[in-house]
Design a protein around this ligand. Structure first.
Ligand SMILES: [Zn+2]
Length: 275
């Protein structure tokens, strides 16, 4: 940071403090330590993860200050992360669920504080693509270029999820890992919640565009990254979110990636299991 920018930064802080103090004086300020509920907080880039940076950078304890709902993974790619109502769960490689410890670290995730702006009922969801299409229609009404976190609850007549085996160093790229170390689980008539994130098109270099779903059962015994699903009826709550924040890791692997390399094919493969 050069001197001028440094100076500007300090002025920015001072103005912010002055405004905050003014608001406090007027008695209208909200609690200064209250979290920002309308922001999607992202740890690292999905592109870092696809290159093989599974080094956790943010502890679970910190993630809980950034949101109560979301998706992601753990250090060393040790399972799929589902955050629901403030609890961080791991869907492990054997398909089981456990609550993550506060000192575990996260290499990639997206979380927010969930405040439903809208609730809808969807029926006749034959596949994950039908769910995506229905949600896309909804997004189209309120804005394709915003972020959305959703919760879809109900009984799923079928649910196919995956997780993966934890990795050891040196880490291989994600597409290579998934060729050998993915584990798949199929469930029928399972009650639970899908947590989903929608990223707008301009997020192509930072995350996967469109929808990304993780699932956890009501009995908190099964879950993972959703590959396919079906449900006769779903109750979906939608949280539109208009701000985005990203915390970059600081490790040798991340800092040396050539992020000009287009990874969109690999990302599609790891997200959907499709070539
Ligand atoms: Zn996932």
């Amino acid at each position: 940071m050069n001197k001028n920018r440094h100076l500007k930064f300090h002025y920015g802080i001072r103005i912010f403090l002055a405004v905050s103090m003014l608001l406090t004086a007027c008695g209208s300020a909200s609690n200064a330590s209250a979290p920002d509920r309308e922001v999607i907080n992202q740890v690292s880039l999905l592109q870092g993860l696809t290159f093989g940076d599974y080094n956790g950078s943010v502890p679970v304890s910190q993630l809980k200050k950034l949101g109560d709902t979301g998706i992601g993974t753990f250090d060393a790619l040790n399972g799929e992360l589902i955050m629901l109502e403030g609890t961080v769960y791991r869907a492990a490689h054997d398909g089981s669920i456990e609550i993550a410890a506060d000192d575990e670290t996260i290499p990639f995730s997206n979380v927010t504080f969930f405040d439903a702006d809208e609730a809808i009922k969807l029926s006749g969801i034959d596949s994950v693509n039908v769910l995506k299409a229905e949600l896309d229609r909804k997004v189209h009404e309120t804005g394709d270029n915003r972020f959305y976190m959703i919760r879809a609850e109900g009984t799923f007549s079928s649910m196919q999820v995956r997780s993966e085996l934890p990795q050891t160093k040196p880490y291989k790229p994600l597409a290579e890992v998934l060729e050998t170390d993915q584990t798949f689980f199929d469930y029928e008539n399972i009650k639970g919640t899908v947590v989903g994130l929608y990223c707008p098109d301009y997020m192509n270099d930072l995350n996967a565009v469109g929808w990304h779903f993780h699932f956890i059962s009501d009995d908190r015994k099964s879950g993972g990254h959703v590959l396919d699903l079906a449900a006769d009826e779903l109750e979906v709550s939608i949280d539109r979110t208009d701000r985005f924040s990203m915390a970059l890791p600081d490790n040798e692997m991340f800092n040396s990636f050539d992020l000009t390399i287009d990874q969109s094919d690999d990302i599609k493969k790891v997200e959907t299991g499709e070539e």
